[in-house]
Write a new protein. Structure first.
Lengths: 117, 148
C-alpha cells in the first residue's frame, strides 16, 4: 500500500479523529471549540488534527491568533486514487509477468512440484 | 448490520480494476495465486518492503521477510479457475479488513480478463461503532457532502 493510503486509513482508524471529522462536517472551527465538544483535551485534539492534515483530510487557515480547521474537499478522492493506483500497479505487474512467460517458451508454467527456485 | 448510505460517499465505494493477460483462464488463475511471489511488486506494495516474498499458505495470504511476517488476509472464497476472494488487511488487524475479490474470465482462447474488486470499506470499524454511532465510510459520506 502506498504511504498516502496508509496515512488516510491510519487517520480514519481512530474514533476520536472520526469524531473530529464529524464535527468539521458541520462547519469549520478552531481547536478550542472542538476540544470543548470532545471528551479529550486540547493537546490531544491538536495531535489528531496534525494526523488528519498529514493525510490530506483537513486543512487549516490562520484567523488572527488562532487556527481554524476545515475539511479538505479533495481528501477522500486523493485516497481513492491512491488505492486505484495500487491495484493498477499490481495488475500491471501481473500482466507483464504473464506476457514474459508467453514470450519465453522456457518460462512456461510448470507444475508446482517441478517449480524451479 | 447497517450499511452506511453511500450515495454521496462514492469516494469509498468499491474500487474496480481490470487487466487482460495473455493466458487461458486456468493458467491465469494459477499464475496469480500459486506464483504470486514471482510477480507481486514487493518493493513498492508490501508491509516489509523489498526482499520479502508473499504466498498463499493454508487459507492465508502471508508476506515473509526474513524472520518477519505479515498476514495480509484470509481466503474467503476459492473457486479455481474462476476466482477467489480474500480479506485484506496488510499491516493491520483482521478486524480492520476490507475485501479483495479477483475473477478470471477467458474472453477468447488464450486471453483472460482479470477483474479485481476491492470492497468492504464500510466494515472497517465494526468495533469502533460500539463507542461512536458511525463508521468511517459514513463519516466520509457526510464529509463528501459537507465539503462540496
Amino acid at each position: 500500500m502506498s504511504n498516502q493510503t496508509e496515512r488516510v486509513l491510519d487517520a480514519l482508524g481512530d474514533a476520536s479523529r472520526r469524531r473530529i471529522l464529524e464535527l468539521l462536517s458541520a462547519g469549520a472551527r478552531p481547536v478550542g471549540a472542538m476540544a470543548a465538544e470532545l471528551p479529550i483535551g486540547r493537546p490531544a485534539v491538536s495531535k489528531h488534527l496534525r494526523v488528519l492534515e498529514d493525510a490530506g483530510l483537513v486543512r487549516h487557515e490562520s484567523r488572527g491568533t488562532r487556527n481554524v480547521y476545515a475539511l479538505a474537499p479533495e481528501g477522500p478522492s486523493v485516497a481513492r486514487r491512491w488505492i486505484e493506483q495500487t491495484w493498477d500497479d499490481v495488475l500491471g505487474a501481473f500482466a507483464s509477468y504473464v506476457d514474459q512467460l508467453a514470450n519465453d517458451p522456457d518460462g512456461q508454467v510448470r507444475g508446482q512440484d517441478e517449480e524451479e527456485r | 448490520m447497517t450499511v452506511p448510505e453511500m450515495t454521496s460517499g462514492e469516494a469509498f465505494a468499491a474500487v474496480e480494476r481490470t487487466v487482460e493477460v495473455a493466458a487461458d483462464e486456468a493458467t491465469a488463475f494459477t499464475l496469480f495465486t500459486d506464483r504470486i511471489a514471482d510477480w507481486w511488486p514487493m518493493a513498492t506494495h508490501s508491509v516489509h518492503g523489498e526482499g520479502g516474498t508473499v504466498g498463499f499458505e493454508e487459507g492465508l495470504l502471508v508476506e515473509r521477510h526474513g524472520e518477519r511476517s505479515a498476514r495480509w488476509g484470509e481466503v474467503r472464497h476459492w473457486d479455481p479457475p474462476h476466482g477467489f476472494a480474500v480479506t485484506w488487511h496488510p499491516g493491520r488487524e483482521a478486524d480492520e479488513a476490507t475485501e479483495v475479490a479477483v475473477s478470471f474470465t477467458e474472453e477468447e482462447p488464450g486471453r483472460t480478463r482479470v477483474r479485481l474488486v476491492h470492497s468492504g470499506w464500510e466494515r472497517r470499524d465494526a468495533a469502533a461503532r460500539e463507542s461512536y454511532a458511525t463508521g468511517w465510510a459514513a463519516v466520509l459520506a457526510r464529509y463528501v457532502d459537507a465539503a462540496r
